[in-house]
Design a protein around this ligand. Structure first.
Ligand SMILES: NC(=O)c1ccc[n+]([C@@H]2O[C@H](COP(=O)([O-])OP(=O)(O)OC[C@H]3O[C@@H](n4cnc5c(N)ncnc54)[C@H](O)[C@@H]3O)[C@@H](O)[C@H]2O)c1
Ligand SMILES: O=C(O)CC[C@@H](O)C(=O)O
Length: 528
């Protein structure tokens, strides 16, 4: 079946072409859709690509029954409801690096235009006014630029501002004094930045914690005559507070590329002569648009071809080398989960995943997600995937524990998954045998050696002469061929387990007959 991709905003052809050239991929460009149209057609698509204007809300995501991936051609994902995407198992990818340079350059352009009143003076000239007194500016040299948020763009702005011979003071929760000093800038608390800067530029994402970061209280703490730049996100600045601070002359200039509601026209801030603005142009360069379109489209193609996406937003990111090494364990882990859930008679309450041996040198959370997916998918079906596995487990009040030890437990690598229900605990262990692939090597306290693949019958019985024979005859009577058989017991005449690999699915009616045989405690037919 074709993979259908909807693109709702203008993105560079460099990216679109790569999608269009891929066999079995259908691309639809629909930049004129309103919210209602988008809600009505979204179920037809496997992927959606947006920039910053399309609001991908829960109301869009919930009817998107076929949607698997959302690509954001840019950095900020505040226009995408990530919780709703995660809950619905939809992967979100962005293009975080492609527009860094352009956004940093735009910030510098705004800073310079602001300090020299360039837009205002140009506007006056266009109205035949030759006014040199009105537009006296200030130099940047030796002024202090306060940067709030020293990530990709903030750091690039810092380097450029140093080039203008400005002093730079920055606050970012991840910034250390050492790092700041290596960059030739000063490390400060947010208060220190507010109090000492002549110009303040914000470069954080828009989050709950950064919403109205520059509010009345923040403006009060600033130096009189401060100027403000926002090329990050509307909403980081409280617009009413900024308006008041300009009216009171505390703030003498503001350069805004973004406002809380976009597109913004006839906003009260735009009426103030101290405010200059651009219509969200930070990433609007040929280079940035090519970069982000190519990055996001390549990630979508990686997804289609089953590869590792580079810029996942709602999944841990995996590097290629790491993925190559851990991928065989993904298969084993998911199969262990699928296997184990068949042994549980009640709903799971706790899942404990224990890793032992060499595998513990890897970051294991992606593998744990696969195992949980394997456990949940028997009851939740294809709806569960590695993106929403943890969320769904959480919603079902299943506690997840993970432990690891580098000490080898009989195998160079061992994964043990334990499932606790109200009345029982069952566990299964698996390993990757060098050159031989995945094996289930333990079920509860019994040792086995079974490939986690195909049709398996697990029989728990009492170790008595004749049990195996009766099983074999019953299966033969139903034309079920036994391919391999494994038996283990706790002691002579005690608890025993039998694992039969058979050539076809075993019907319920046969299982019931097996259950009726003497000395049988339980029987499960597992299709992996
Ligand atoms: N105007 C545009 O067209 C345009 C273009 C690109 C990016 N952006 C926006 O620019 C912003 C920065 O992008 P980026 O690529 O540098 O992101 P980034 O993730 O690399 O950097 C963001 C930084 O903000 C810091 N931060 C988070 N909370 C903070 C807080 N409370 N106080 C101080 N720092 C905090 C983070 O630690 C991080 O270092 C984003 O909002 C992005 O959407 C806008
Ligand atoms: O799509 C755009 O041009 C805006 C992109 C920018 O805001 C971003 O966060 O990457």
């Amino acid at each position: 079946m074709a993979f259908r991709i909807l693109i709702t905003e203008s993105i560079s052809n460099e990216g679109i072409q790569r999608l269009q050239e891929t066999p079995n991929v259908i691309v639809e460009l629909r930049s004129n859709l309103d919210f209602k149209d988008l809600t009505a057609i979204i179920h037809q698509f496997d992927a959606l690509i947006v920039r910053s204007q399309t609001q991908v809300t829960r109301e869009i995501i919930e009817p998107a029954t076929n949607l698997k991936i959302i690509g954001r051609a840019g950095v900020g994902v505040d226009n995408i409801d990530l919780d709703a995407a995660t809950e619905n198992g939809i992967l979100v990818v962005n293009a975080p690096n492609g527009n860094t340079n352009s956004a940093a350059e735009h910030t510098m352009a705004m800073l310079m235009a602001l300090s020299r009143n360039i837009p205002q003076a140009y506007h006056a000239l266009k109205q035949n006014k030759w006014d040199r007194k009105q537009y006296i500016g200030v130099e940047l040299k030796d002024k202090t630029l306060g940067i709030i948020g020293l990530g990709r763009i903030g750091a690039e702005v810092a380097y450029r501002a140093r080039g203008q011979r400005m002093n730079v003071i920055a606050y970012d929760p991840f910034l250390t004094k050492e790092k700041a000093s290596k960059m030739g800038i000063e490390y400060g608390s947010i208060q220190a930045v507010l109090q000492s800067a002549d110009f303040i530029t914000v470069h954080t994402p828009l989050l709950k914690e950064t919403k109205h970061l520059l509010n009345r209280d923040a403006f009060e703490r600033m130096k009189p005559g401060v100027q403000i730049i926002n090329c990050a996100r509307g909403g980081i600045i409280d617009e009413d507070a900024l308006y008041e601070a300009i009216i009171s002359k505390k703030v003498v200039g503001a350069a805004l590329d973004v406002l809380e509601e976009e597109p913004f026209l006839q906003h009260k801030l735009l009426e103030l002569p101290e405010v200059i603005a651009t219509p969200h142009l930070g990433a609007s360069t040929i280079e940035a648009q090519e970069n982000v379109a190519v990055d996001v489209c390549q990630d979508i193609l990686r997804y289609i071809h089953g590869g590792v996406v580079r810029n996942p937003v709602n999944l841990p990111s995996l590097d290629k080398e790491f993925y190559r090494k851990i991928e065989p364990y993904f298969h084993l882990g998911e199969k262990l989960g699928e296997f184990l859930i068949y042994l549980a008679d009640e709903s799971p309450e706790e899942i404990t995943i224990s890793y032992a041996g060499d595998i513990t040198s890897y970051e294991l959370s992606p593998l744990s997600r696969k195992i949980i997916k394997g456990i949940l998918k028997r009851h939740l079906g294809t709806h569960v995937n590695e993106i929403n596995a943890l969320y769904l487990a959480n919603r079902k009040d299943i506690q997840i524990h993970e432990s690891k030890t580098s000490t080898k437990k009989g195998f160079s690598n061992l994964i043990t998954v334990e499932l606790k229900t109200k009345s029982t605990k069952r566990n299964v262990s698996g390993t990757l045998l060098n050159g031989l692939g995945a094996r289930i090597v333990k079920i509860d306290h019994f040792s086995v050696d079974v490939t986690p693949k195909g049709h398996i019958i697990v029989i728990h019985h009492t170790d008595q002469p004749g049990v195996i024979g009766k099983m074999g005859s019953l299966l033969a009577n139903h034309d079920i061929n036994i391919a391999t058989m494994q038996v283990d017991r706790s002691d002579i005449g005690g608890d025993a387990i039998m694992m039969l690999k058979v050539d076809k699915h075993v019907e319920e009616v046969v299982l019931n007959k097996l259950m009726m045989l003497e000395d049988i405690h339980y029987v499960r037919a597992i299709d992996l």
